[in-house]
Design a protein around this ligand. Structure first.
Ligand SMILES: Cc1ncc(COP(=O)(O)O)c(C=O)c1O
Length: 401
């Protein structure tokens, strides 16, 4: 039986990562594939206590419908915490969402007609690309260097296309590349967006997970005209299972988000919001984030060191100063999807990079996550991967002789 689906479904495919994650559930697989936080850092004992308190003190409210904008005390806490990325706002500038993923979906829902253009970094976050695709946009990918998007390329794209609706960026420890934008590039991005009257969607799940140096001001900090939509999340600094994120935007824009939130799910879970608000009141989340950073920093260091030792010199990778990922570029003739099959035979998983490019190509790239595996597995997994890469490179040398 084939039902008559909407045309938009032609653009929607199963996420390669989700499919891969199913295979990597087996305990023997060393997985660098997902973007999963380290589960041993989840504050389970604290949450047990808090859930009980929320139900005992305020049970009827916790189980009742609440305002679409979100639970007041949580919005207050989020507004306070936005000072960390140098954004000065009030609780009324915030909509609580079901993860930042919902903010991504809403961004496209609000701005995109079929055929409109979204400008994004090349590569960009696969989950955003897939969410956007449902609204049938075209993508223009802009190359990045170590400071962010190449501004000349961005300006060319803006000059030559009159239906660009927004520029989507992940300025801190980008998923998948691990790269971070300089403050100068952030400023120039806003200046260009002002000149061409384009919205910016700033997706920032990793900014607070900086292992060295100071947290940088968000792009939103440089927003002079209310055109930057900031998406935040508790997924990586607390836990993803509660599914809580937020949108910060100018009043007019935020009202659009609130209206589509009503249509999508009325509101985010009341009890989850009350639990997170209580956690933020009761415990020191900054201390918790420090703990996460200490663990991830060690894992990053170990992954970098082992990759330097075990990967052939021709293989290049980024050195992230925070976040969860490093990005690997193989010699051009090595296909990362083929490598993934070979690696999986040896119980090692990663995500081939091709799907992070909405317009395709770049099949010689892949993404590695270092947050989710313990130290021993990181070393063993990278070693096995090194062997698989060397074998593939050896095979292609043989084929060309
Ligand atoms: C760049 C980026 N944006 C958004 C998300 C979605 O996060 P969540 O919906 O859990 O907040 C992720 C998750 O990994 C991500 O890496």
């Amino acid at each position: 039986m084939t039902l008559n689906y909407a045309k938009r479904m032609d653009n929607i495919k199963a996420s390669e990562i989700r499919e891969l994650l199913k295979l990597t559930q087996k305990p023997e697989v060393i997985s660098f594939a997902g973007g999963l936080p380290a589960p041993e850092l989840f504050p389970i004992e604290e949450l047990k206590r808090i859930s009980k308190e929320v139900l005992e003190e305020n049970g009827t409210a916790a189980l009742q419908y609440g305002p679409t904008e979100g639970y007041g005390p949580l919005r207050e806490k989020i507004a306070e915490r936005m000072a960390k990325v140098h954004v000065d706002i009030s609780p009324n500038d915030i909509l609580v969402t079901s993860g930042s993923q919902q903010g991504l979906d809403f961004s496209a829902k609000i701005f995109i007609n079929p055929g409109d253009i979204i400008i994004c970094e090349s590569p960009s976050y696969l989950g955003a690309i897939n969410a956007f695709k449902a609204y049938e946009p075209k993508f223009i990918e802009i190359e990045t260097d170590d400071e962010g998007m190449i501004m000349e390329e961005l300006e060319e794209a803006l000059k030559n296309n009159d239906n660009v609706k927004f520029i989507y960026v992940i300025p801190d420890f980008q998923n998948p590349s691990g790269k971070t934008w300089s403050t100068d590039r952030r400023k120039r991005l806003v200046e260009l967006a002002n000149r061409y009257n384009i919205a910016i969607v700033e997706d920032n799940p990793y900014g607070e997970l900086r292992f060295e140096g100071e947290i940088l001001p968000a792009v939103k900090h440089y927003d002079t005209e209310g055109r930057v939509i900031f998406l935040g999340t508790f997924s990586k600094i607390f836990c993803p299972g509660l599914r809580l994120g937020w949108v910060v935007a100018d009043k007019e824009v935020l009202n659009k988000f609130i209206m589509v939130k009503q249509g999508a799910d009325l509101q985010s879970s009341t009890i989850s919001q009350m639990e997170v608000a209580k956690f933020l009141e009761t415990y020191d989340i900054e201390k918790h984030i420090e703990k996460i950073k200490d663990v991830y920093r060690k894992r990053r260091d170990l992954m970098m060191k082992t990759m330097e030792e075990e990967f052939p010199k021709e293989v290049k990778f980024t050195y992230p100063n925070g976040g969860l990922f490093t990005w690997v570029v193989l010699p051009e003739n090595i296909n990362a999807r083929e490598l993934a099959v070979k690696a999986l035979e040896n119980n090692v998983a990663f995500v081939p990079g091709g799907s992070f490019f909405p317009n395709g190509g770049n099949e010689n790239t892949f993404r590695m996550n270092y947050s989710n595996m313990d130290e021993e597995r990181i070393v063993e997994g990278v070693k096995r991967l090194g062997v698989a890469i060397k074998e593939m490179m050896g095979d292609t040398i043989k084929e060309t002789i």
